[in-house]
Design a protein around this ligand. Structure first.
Ligand SMILES: *[C@@H]1O[C@H](CO)[C@@H](O)[C@H](O)[C@H]1NC(C)=O
Length: 393
């Protein structure tokens, strides 16, 4: 008995050694054209994309799925794991185009679920959202809410590099329930008046990085939902849109908090908000803890710095209108630029859970070349360096 176990261990060891000394991991390559995709923007290429994914995902070798130049008509697609390997990359030189009939998309246009080690390199996603926005503008109740362009859920070790998202119907990119996600050199483009077209939304996820990106859209540049921890945003240009927003939080009573968020070297232009933290005026277990905004330049921003804990659209379902979300340890460091309204800094915090540990260091915001104003409710904090408008703590 002992001998046979020893023999098995010995044989496995030899096997491992020969494997590693050969050190040649085979990489499978798949071209979507070989799976029947057509780069003419007319023929539905959904099946070809899905078939190539299924083969890549079913192999124990890493895989590269290549999408050559051209336009590919793609319907709602779900790339589902777990896969037999954890290294699949899409190399996209072409443009994926959504069907012109906006009603044909589901909740997501392109959706990755339970995948590990997926990389998207390059590519344009053109969701053709214009017709849906026009429908929404007519207040027609039959308009669908629209699809998120690209979603990752319950996935780890994801990298998105050099992707462009155009005219999303709804949110452009959603990261939900993921660990270790890096978005780099991403471009998001939609008109400033396109409804609900948030650039990148993160929730229930940790260790997400958003770097060197440019986001011009109709809603939040980056929106940070409940359960986001260890988020790093650096070198991002926002505008038009609604700026960088933590929230809305506290819609549900039981809610995971937001913790350890760094927002660094940011330019915000012609937006509704600059740096916002927003929670519903409702009871909640949620919190925001440990946020640093550092090195932010604002140009013509309506609410450059804002904490709003009284969010309650139509004044419905906000018993007592007091937010349970506890906000603490939020640093604003080296924030400069112009406000489009007189109140450049507004801390409207919860009566039951006042904001604590707000810190302002070197903040200079002006309105029409005059000093702007600050307003505070239930906010406690400290300042250092030049603070303009002078703080209201
Ligand atoms: C905060 O998040 C960053 C990544 O964004 C990470 O490097 C750092 O270790 C985290 N800090 C703590 C205390 O977890």
């Amino acid at each position: 008995m002992a001998n046979s176990i020893q023999a098995i261990v010995f044989i496995s060891l030899i096997f491992l050694l020969t494997k590693s000394s050969n050190a040649k991991i085979e990489v499978n390559k798949f071209n979507v054209l070989k799976f029947g995709a057509k780069a003419d923007g007319k023929k539905d290429s959904s099946k070809a994309f899905l078939d190539s994914w299924n083969v890549a995902c079913g192999s124990t070798n890493p895989g590269i799925i290549s999408v050559p130049q051209g336009r590919y008509l793609i319907k709602s697609l779900r790339f589902e794991g777990p896969c037999k390997n954890n290294a699949i990359s899409f190399q996209i030189d072409g443009t994926l185009v959504a069907p012109s009939n906006f009603k044909s998309l589901q909740e997501f246009w392109i959706d990755f679920h339970k995948v590990d080690g997926v990389t998207i390199l390059g590519g344009k996603l053109d969701a053709q959202g214009t017709a849906l926005w026009a429908c929404k503008a007519t207040q027609d109740k039959d308009c669908p809410s629209g699809a998120t362009t690209l979603g990752f859920s319950s996935s780890n070790d994801i990298e998105i590099l050099g992707l462009t998202s155009l005219n999303s119907q709804m949110f452009h990119i959603v990261i939900n329930g993921c660990k270790k996600v890096k978005l780099q050199s991403v471009k998001v483009l939609a008109p400033g008046n396109s409804p609900n077209t948030d650039g990148i939304h993160v929730q229930l996820s940790s260790d997400v990085k958003i770097l060197n990106s440019k986001i011009s859209t109709g809603d939040d540049c980056v929106s940070i939902g409940p359960g986001t921890t260890n988020l790093w945003i650096e070198n991002v240009a926002c505008g038009p849109g609604h700026g960088i927003s933590i929230g809305s939080l506290g819609k549900d009573f039981e809610e995971a908090g937001v913790q350890n968020v760094t927002v660094k070297t940011i330019t915000i232009r012609n937006t509704q908000n600059g740096l916002r933290i927003k929670s519903w005026g409702r009871p909640s277990t949620g919190f925001v803890r440990g946020v640093i905004f550092q090195g932010v330049k604002m140009f013509n921003v309506q609410n450059p710095i804002i904490i709003d804990q009284n969010y309650c659209p139509n004044n419905e379902n906000c018993p007592g209108k007091v937010s349970g979300v506890a906000i603490s340890d939020v640093v604003y460091q080296d924030i400069q630029g112009t406000s489009a309204t007189e109140v450049a800094m507004k801390f409207d915090c919860s009566k039951s859970k006042p904001c604590k540990g707000i810190r302002l260091e070197n903040v200079k915001l002006t309105y029409k070349k005059k000093p702007a104003l600050a307003s505070c409710a239930n906010a406690r904090g400290t300042t250092s360096g030049l603070i303009q408008p002078s703080s209201c703590f």
